[in-house]
Design a protein around this ligand. Structure first.
Ligand code: SF4
Ligand code: SF4
Length: 129
């Protein structure tokens, strides 16, 4: 994990990576701009590309390649270590974006009620430069 990495809170309970307590169990997430115009002026223009719909057992198995087993294990045994994915972000118009696709925010919050696809999710922490 890079030196700069926010702690991720996520309320997208339709995602296979969602864990109770608004955590994300993915090893890594990718945050993208809106796919239509390729830029973001509000948080609604951002999305979590790593969203994977929680529908069938097959979907859950399909998402298993991106599970933060190391983080989960560490969380169980090491005080002060929080389960959180590595974050890469391509939203260059955000004030927290830094080169090498890093996010300099201390925490980010991903939202998306009843999400069915990545564009239904947002990085609520986005703030324009
Ligand atoms: S939507 Fe993104 S941040 Fe939320 S649980 Fe899924 S992969 Fe993690
Ligand atoms: S806060 Fe900004 S830089 Fe960080 S993940 Fe969200 S959109 Fe990307």
């Amino acid at each position: 994990m890079s030196a700069k990495n926010p702690v991720v809170t996520c309320t997208v309970d339709q995602c296979t990576h969602y864990l109770p307590g608004d955590r994300c169990a993915a090893a890594k997430i990718s945050v993208y701009n809106n796919e239509v115009n390729g830029s973001a002026s509000t948080s609604a223009d951002t999305l979590c590309k790593s969203f994977h719909p929680r529908k069938t057992a097959g979907d859950m198995i399909g998402a298993l390649h991106n599970v933060n087993l190391g983080g989960a294990a560490a969380e169980a045994f090491v005080d002060g270590r929080q389960l959180t994915p590595a974050v890469e972000c391509f939203v260059t118009g955000c004030r927290y974006w830094e080169k090498d696709n890093l996010c300099s925010a201390g925490n980010i919050r991903v939202t998306g009620a009843n999400a069915a696809n990545p564009p239904d999710t947002d990085c609520e922490t986005f703030a324009p430069r």
